[in-house]
Design a protein around this ligand. Structure first.
Ligand SMILES: [Zn+2]
Length: 479
């Protein structure tokens, strides 16, 4: 049976031409959009008696569900734990890693549920998750419970530092760092075989690794080749800060992307998270391999990664590189809100370059939707609102002060509206956020449990103490 949503004030389709339909109607059957267009046209093609539900879209607007192209769902309990005055490397090695060393599989499940709940409240309908320190099944279970769509994996590494920093445990090193690249790749292959295509195709599993210093070159290159063999993608962190690029140059004579390229590691199934330290030549290199890049504005702002100072995201887009938007983990970014990322990216490069026509609102919405879908290699099914695509979308309440008036819906969406105006979030033809609540979770109980588990993990990891280092020389020398 079909559902009709009629007389929507607008639909931002984010199709190839960024078409905006006024007084629009959408017909949903099962998990798909089977018709979309001006209400008068859609009415002519369907018998009103054939609908199970007819929903009035007056003073409502629709856009595709947002796609979070880089997130750490299993790390959600680390919100607001690490200080905001650390550089990326000190943040990773002295705070994030010790914290995650003390996270249990139960903590990860609670974190994934919490993250997905935040996503659905913020209009996100699909994600690329870096994955679990334990088993991708943890995130898949949270997706099953909530009805969410996404890609997850096993966040693997194989190159621990020679001396373990404070807070690192043998157990953490054992479950996070494999003995070598072959062992890691074997485990990653079995994860893909087990979880890729689960939940009737709503869950996918990729060959995900952590990337940069904690991974050998062999693992970076091997992950992409294995992913190619398995018909999936791979994602890892690379060129995430100028410090990382400088360490790479000192040790290997080149910046990170060139190092991977020279080893044969670039390809169209590689999604590079961050990619902030990228040279002009490397912009062209990434384009020639059709490699994807995910920009995480909140994470860059909070950790001072230098997107506005050295980031080449407008140049990457201009060179034809697919650039998606991500939130990163809540410890790095503070939130899983793609509307905030759109707002930031639609202004930061204009301001930094004093040029108002680069990375505009239109490009920001594309990055959060259809370009994200291309990044995730899922654009045949999601990312835009067109006939035959999955019914993954957001309904906004336009009878809200933030949408008043909404002459150009795109500008109102990117620069004026907040997630408080999201009325419903649909995934796969089902309203997962509706009437102020996320279906499938008891939000009160989830919040209570998350607070309790997070406080216990902070204590176990010793991050409530005064002597946690705020700078690092790890990986600076040696291997
Ligand atoms: Zn990340």
């Amino acid at each position: 049976m079909k559902t009709l949503i009629e007389h929507l004030d607008f639909v931002l389709t984010v199709d190839q031409d960024d078409s905006v339909i006024r007084d629009a109607a959408v017909v949903i059957e099962g998990d798909k959009i089977i018709d979309i267009g001006p209400s008068a046209d859609v009415f002519q093609r369907h018998d009103r008696g054939g609908f199970k539900l007819i929903k009035d879209g007056t003073l409502k607007g629709m856009c595709p569900g947002f796609i979070d192209s880089h997130v750490h769902l299993s790390e959600t309990l680390s919100r607001a734990v690490f200080p905001d005055n650390l550089n990326t490397r000190a943040w990773v090695f002295h705070w994030a890693k010790p914290f995650y060393a003390h996270i249990t599989a139960d903590d990860e499940y609670c974190g994934a549920l919490l993250g997905i709940t935040e996503m659905l409240r913020c209009g996100t309908t699909c994600f690329l998750d870096m994955g679990s320190q334990y088993d991708p099944g943890i995130t898949v279970k949270a997706m099953e419970q909530t009805g969410m769509r996404g890609i997850t994996g096993r966040h693997a590494a194989d190159n621990p530092p020679e001396v373990y920093p404070r807070g690192w445990t043998d157990e953490m090193v054992k479950h996070h760092f494999y003995a070598n690249a072959d062992e890691a790749l074997q485990e990653l292959e079995s994860c893909v075989k087990k979880y890729h295509g689960a939940l009737d195709g709503r869950a996918r599993c990729w060959v995900n690794i952590e990337g940069k210093e904690p991974c050998t070159l062999e693992l970076h290159v091997g992950a992409r080749k294995l992913a190619e063999k398995l018909g999936v993608g791979t994602t890892y962190h690379l060129a995430t800060s100028i410090e990382e690029a400088k360490v790479c140059e000192e040790k290997h004579g080149v910046w990170p992307i060139t190092r991977i390229e020279q080893a044969g590691g670039l390809g169209n199934n590689l999604v590079i998270a961050h990619g902030v330290a990228v040279s002009d030549d490397e912009v062209g290199t990434l384009a020639s391999y059709d490699a994807k890049v995910v920009f995480c504005p909140s994470s860059s702002f909070k950790l001072g990664k230098g997107a506005t100072a050295i980031g080449k995201y407008p140049e990457l887009v201009a060179a034809g590189v697919t650039v998606g938007l991500g939130t990163d983990g809540v410890s790095a970014a503070g939130n899983m809100n793609l509307m905030r990322q759109m707002f930031m990216v639609a202004g930061m490069f204009k301001d930094a370059r004093m040029q108002s026509d680069i990375f505009t609102a239109r490009q920001a919405l594309r990055a959060a939707t259809t370009e994200g879908a291309k990044t995730l290699m899922w654009d045949d099914e999601v990312g835009s609102l067109e006939i035959g695509k999955k019914a993954d979308f957001i309904l906004f309440d336009l009878d809200h002060i933030e949408w008043t008036p909404f002459h150009d819906p795109l500008q109102a969406l990117v620069f004026s509206a907040s997630t408080a105006t999201i009325e419903e979030t649909w995934v796969n033809g089902v309203a997962l956020f509706k009437d102020g609540r996320v279906a499938g979770v008891d939000e009160q109980e989830l919040k209570r449990k998350a607070r309790e588990l997070a406080a216990a993990a902070v204590e176990r990891a010793g991050l409530d103490r005064e002597d946690v280092p705020k700078s690092t020389t790890l990986y600076d020398s040696g291997n």
